[in-house]
Structure formats: structure tokens, C-alpha cells
Design a protein around this ligand. Structure first.
Ligand code: ADP
Ligand code: MG
Length: 345
């Protein structure tokens, strides 16, 4: 099911939780809403679900205006961070619940409901646990039951709000891959909320990056990572360093010297240079950014060096191989291989 969000605003009292948000969710895709806490992700999900009404704007399911429809009419499957399983029901009863409470005219036969629930139990790899109660399951198992329960109603849209947020890192990583596999098999249109960029980059077909109630960028993980549309996105996704620079005659200047980087789309003026610590090369001579090493730490398989550029005013980080002899106070000259320029603050 395509879902189209058109110029939606949502205010609580007078606080704008969502400010003119437009987004087209494509049928069958897994899209991640990614942003820091308070950026409006849950609010957007609740609006899609029909748990909240927009202050203004419209939401379409396919070509139909869904704005006045209830959660049931929209046929939404929902999984929250904190397992909302029914504690007094077994795993099988939990999964069957959404079908059992349907009005008689659309409710399947009891035997069909059971068959469907058993099929989902298999899909989420919990065969044999159908008689357990939620308290007899691990956190990861509970979230798998919650997903099976959400899928039982064959939802038009599946909404997942930080479903793995309360689980520990290894379980999260496993469930992430597992969710992707389930999605590839079932093909439900899925909106996945997370504040974890690694999770979003690995899992999603597209990312929708949010900040302060607005959408900053929508695109594939590669597009968002490689060409962040704003300083916020550059800083929020992946590692980043930044420096004030001057553009003169289409060349980048730092601390009074040209650094050997042509500016792609600017002729002159002040700008902010953003680059990834791993996207740099060491340079000889004057046409480079010069800095003094002020610290180093291990980051995965590389050594991340902190440099002070232009006295102590600006700190940047670059990655060097472990065997590079840079020590405290040594001077390093480098050039970013790839970078983006944004307007000064
Ligand atoms: P996220 O899920 O990205 O952390 P939310 O959508 O939950 O963000 O919240 C966005 C903003 O809206 C926050 O500042 C939050 O405090 C506010 N907000 C959300 N729901 C309500 C509510 N029911 N009443 C008042 N403010 C709310
Ligand atoms: Mg939230």
C-alpha cells in the first residue's frame, strides 16, 4: 500500500511536534524514520496509524484520503518498543488476537485462525513455544511474537516504533537481519522508527532523516551517507569532521593557504567544510590542511587522530593506519578526498 503524507503539521498545545512534513512511502518498501529523540518520529507514526489526527494536512492510503479513518479501518499492524503483549494470553492466543476480535462478517473460522497463527509462529521461528506465556520468553522472543501478532491481520502497513530499542546489542543485531529477511519474504509496506543510524543504514531501503519536527533528507542509505543534504544529516549519520573554510576563485582555503581542493559549486565566500575522518589522504607540502596531533584513540580497526587546526581553535578527526608514527604534538598535513560545503552558521 502506498502511503502519502501531504503537508502534515501536528501541534501539542502550541508546540509544533511536526512542521510541514511530506513523505511518499512506496508500496512494499521498508523505510526507516531516523532522528534523535524528540524529532517527531513517533508522532509521525501515530498519525499514519490513525492514533492521532493531524493539526493540518492529509494522509492518503493509495488514492484514498485516510484522514478520517480509524486504526482498524486503516488496517495497521503496530509493534512498540515495550512489548505490549497480553500477559494473560499464550503466545498462540496473542498472535491470534487481531483475527479473533474481528467483526463476525470478516472473521475467519477458528480453524483458519489457528492455522494462520501457527504459520506465523513458524515465520518468526518460535515453533514449539505456542503455549508459553510472555513472562516465559526472552525480550527478543517477545518482540518476535509482537511482530507475528502485527502480521496476523495482513496489515496494509506495518509500523514498528523502536521495536528492538530495549534489547541488548547482540540480540538487536540478530533481530535486525531477521526482520529484513521477513520483510523480503512477506513484502509488507513497513515504516521502522529508530534513533540508531547503524540500524537504519543496514535495514532500510530508504531513510527519512528527521530533526525538530522536520524532514531533513529522504533517500537510500548510500545516497544519504554519501551526499548528506545538510550539516545536521552529515553529523548525525556516520562520523564527521568540520572546519570553517574560505572559497576564493573556486579553491578552498584554510588558515591563509589554498589546500589543493577545488570547490565544486562555489566561487567565493565563507563556508563550512564537512568530511568523513576516513575519507582523507596525507599530503606533502603547503597545499594541504595542517594540524598538530592532540590525541588518538582506537576506533574499530583504525586509529582516529585528533588534530588542532589553526592553533587550538578547530579540532578535526582523521583516521590513520595503526603503524603511522604520529605522536602527540607531531604535525600532519592532509586533504579530504571527498567533502561537502555548507553555508556558515
Ligand atoms: P521521537 O519519537 O522522535 O522521540 P516524538 O514524536 O515522541 O519524538 O515527540 C516529538 C515532540 O513532540 C517531543 O518534543 C515531544 O515532547 C512532543 N510530544 C509528543 N507527544 C506529545 C503529547 N501527547 N503531548 C505533548 N507533547 C508531545
Ligand atoms: Mg519515539
Amino acid at each position: 500500500m502506498d502511503v502519502s503524507i501531504k503537508s502534515v503539521r501536528k501541534s501539542f498545545e502550541r508546540f509544533p511536534a511536526l512542521d510541514d512534513v511530506s513523505l511518499d512511502i512506496r508500496s512494499g518498501e521498508l523505510i526507516a524514520l531516523l532522528g534523535p529523540s524528540g524529532s517527531g518520529k513517533t508522532t509521525l507514526l501515530r498519525l499514519i496509524a490513525g492514533l492521532e489526527r493531524p493539526t493540518s494536512g492529509r494522509i492518503f492510503f493509495g488514492s484514498e484520503d485516510a484522514s478520517e479513518k480509524t486504526v482498524q479501518e486503516r488496517n495497521i499492524g503496530f509493534v512498540f518498543q515495550h512489548y505490549a503483549l497480553f500477559r494473560h494470553m499464550t503466545v498462540l492466543e496473542n498472535i491470534s488476537f487481531g483475527l479473533k476480535v474481528r467483526p463476525r462478517s470478516t472473521r475467519p473460522e477458528a480453524s483458519a485462525i489457528r492455522a494462520k497463527a501457527m504459520e506465523l509462529l513458524e515465520l518468526v521461528q518460535l515453533n514449539g513455544l505456542e503455549k508459553r506465556y510472555p513472562t516465559q520468553l526472552s525480550g527478543g522472543q517477545r518482540q518476535r511474537v509482537a511482530l507475528a501478532r502485527a502480521l496476523a491481520i495482513e496489515p496494509a502497513v506495518l509500523l514498528l516504533d523502536e521495536p528492538f530499542g530495549a534489547l541488548d546489542a547482540q540480540v538487536r543485531r540478530d533481530l535486525r537481519r531477521w526482520l529484513r529477511e521477513i520483510h523480503d519474504r512477506t513484502g509488507h509496506t513497513t515504516v521502522f522508527v529508530t534513533h540508531d543510524q547503524e540500524e537504519a543504514l543496514e535495514l532500510a531501503d530508504r531513510l527519512c532523516v528527521m530533526s525538530k519536527g522536520r524532514i531533513e533528507q529522504v533517500g537510500t542509505p548510500d545516497a544519504v551517507y554519501d551526499t548528506p543534504a545538510s550539516p545536521f544529516v552529515f553529523g548525525f549519520i556516520g562520523e564527521s569532521s568540520q572546519l570553517p573554510v574560505t572559497v576564493d576563485n573556486r579553491e578552498l582555503w584554510v588558515g591563509g593557504r589554498a589546500i589543493g581542493c577545488p570547490a565544486p559549486d562555489r566561487v567565493s565566500g565563507d563556508a563550512r567544510l564537512f568530511f568523513r575522518p576516513h575519507d582523507v589522504e596525507l599530503a606533502e607540502g603547503n597545499a594541504a590542511i595542517a594540524g598538530v596531533v592532540t590525541g588518538a584513540r582506537r576506533v574499530g580497526g583504525t586509529r582516529r587522530i585528533e588534530l588542532a587546526v589553526g592553533g587550538n581553535d578547530h579540532k578535526v578527526e582523521i583516521d590513520l593506519p595503526f603503524d603511522h608514527p604520529a605522536g602527540e604534538r607531531s604535525r600532519i598535513a592532509f586533504r579530504p578526498k571527498r567533502f561537502r560545503l555548507f553555508d556558515p552558521v
